[in-house]
Design a protein around this ligand. Structure first.
Ligand code: NDP
Length: 434
């Protein structure tokens, strides 16, 4: 449980838990309400709340309906079935702090393709119209807020009574256990990995499904799709496609290899990703901005370039680790640090830290193109309203905090070797500045 205790002080953790529990659910609903019913205008929603107070919030909060539950249940069951049944290569995750090596089935791309083809097929053949999802979006978010909370209680209980591996344990504090999670790799049976489901197959997949939904809704309302919506949808789809292409790489990142399955990561992936991450597209449904072809193409190309650079940073690190440093980085032998560390079970192991290529520019350079990509799929909304930019601002804060968390964790893992890396690569995120 080392990470959950050392990453943030208990005070910060309590504050985050309370804020997440009390502020995030109403925020999700208010964001949806503002985008869909208040023209994307924060001041309009603010005036409404000023006039009607708490009762106003209760009045606009949609109750989860049977349709919403049905949509969520069908989608979850479909994704779970694809995760279990589609074939895929056997992939070993990184060695866990307890010395375990989780095994996965890499069928993300197949699941992604089957999901989108099925969704388009249902629409095309008139079996299910995606506009139903948009029309019930508030109820769906409301159901997700409640359902995911119950799911996190299940994770907490499972962590106590039936952990799937030795990478599990209690910090001795109920709130911290619930918030940060108990298990690193919870599973149902031997093969159904819960974090792969919540983070990838539910959360990230819903991003693509909702991006397509918003596009179809605009088409059905206006009879055409504005170029701004096209740029937004294409960039988001390229991003999610990149994610599934690299999904096995994601299984060795902080989310999976270090963050335990608790409220922080699972509620975030089940509720925050579908609602907040997709919000620029949600805004564009009712704001068919016309950018003109040239500007649209510039934004599209800039966005794709950033997504590619972000992908290449992750690829470079993973290729470097996979080949034990025996690869070329930007055409040259990589420069590196051999860092030794001790696992919780007392074994001494070595890790390689790459100090050239993207990883020589700054210690978390990959966050720069990540933030810029989000900017490029949001900027088609132009600057009439602030709210579409909320995700970019949120992401910037999240990644700056994450870079700090990761640095702290790596410092305590690698000690003097991390200090050496910081001397060689002094900037944390933005080369020359921060
Ligand atoms: P990663 O897990 O990919 O990288 C950090 C880890 O890599 C460290 O914990 C360390 O792990 C290892 N490492 C650090 N420095 C080096 C080095 N120089 N050489 C080799 N290994 C090193 O980071 P993230 O999980 O934060 O990011 C993964 C991807 O996900 C990125 O593309 C990011 O932009 C994206 N992302 C997107 C978010 C979103 O909400 N849109 C949120 C977070 C990430 P070890 O213990 O193995 O040494």
């Amino acid at each position: 449980m080392a990470e959950s205790k050392t990453v943030h002080s208990p005070l910060v953790t309590y504050f985050s838990v309370l804020s997440l529990l009390t502020l995030c659910p109403p925020f999700v609903i208010l964001l949806w309400y503002t985008m869909v019913h208040a023209d994307g205008s924060v001041s309009q929603t603010f005036d409404y709340l000023k006039q009607h107070g708490l009762q106003g919030l209760i009045d606009i909060w949609p109750r989860p309906t049977a349709t919403a539950w049905k949509i969520i249940a069908c989608y979850s069951a479909f994704e779970a079935a694809l995760q279990l049944l589609l074939p895929g290569k056997r992939v070993e995750g990184p060695i866990s702090p307890m010395g375990n090596r989780p095994v996965y089935k890499a069928n993300g791309v197949a699941s992604y393709v089957v999901t989108l083809v099925t969704y388009f097929g249902l629409w095309w053949f008139g079996i299910f119209n995606p506009t139903v999802v948009y029309d019930h979006l508030g109820e769906i978010f409301s159901a997700l807020i409640f359902g995911s909370f119950v799911f996190c209680i299940f994770l907490y209980i499972k962590g106590h009574v039936a952990p799937s591996s030795t990478d599990s344990g209690s910090s001795g504090n109920v709130i911290i256990d619930f918030y940060w999670g108990m298990e690193l790799y919870p599973r149902i049976g031997k093969h159904f990995d819960i974090k792969v489901f919540t983070n990838c197959r539910f959360g990230m997949m819903s991003w693509a499904v909702l991006a397509v939904t918003y596009c179809i809704k605009q088409y059905e309302v206006n009879g055409r799709v504005a170029d701004s919506m096209l740029v937004n949808t294409v960039l988001m789809l390229v991003y999610v496609t990149k994610f599934f292409w690299w999904e096995a790489g994601y299984w060795s990142t902080m989310d999976i290899a270090h963050d335990r399955a608790g409220f922080y990561i699972c509620w975030g992936c089940l509720v925050w990703v579908p609602s907040i991450y997709t919000s620029p597209g949600m805004y564009l449904v009712n704001h068919p901005v016309n950018l003109r072809t040239q500007l649209a193409l510039y934004i599209l190309v800039a966005g794709i370039l950033c997504i590619y650079i972000n992908y290449d940073c992750d690829r470079q690190r993973q290729e470097f680790r996979r080949t034990n440093g025996k690869c070329l980085v930007w055409g040259k032998a990589p420069s590196k640090i051999v860092a030794s560390y001790t696992t919780t079970s007392g074994e001494t192991k070595n890790s390689l830290l790459l100090t050239s290529g993207w990883w020589g520019l700054s210690r978390h350079f990959h966050y720069v193109p990540e933030i810029l990509s989000a900017f490029f799929w949001t900027v088609p909304a132009l600057f009439n309203h602030f709210l579409p930019f909320f995700y970019v601002i949120f992401l910037t804060i999240l990644l700056f905090d994450r870079a700090k968390r990761d640095d702290d964790r790596c410092r305590s893992k690698y000690g003097k070797y991390w200090k050496l890396y910081c001397e060689k690569v002094p900037y944390r995120i933005i080369p020359g500045i921060y």
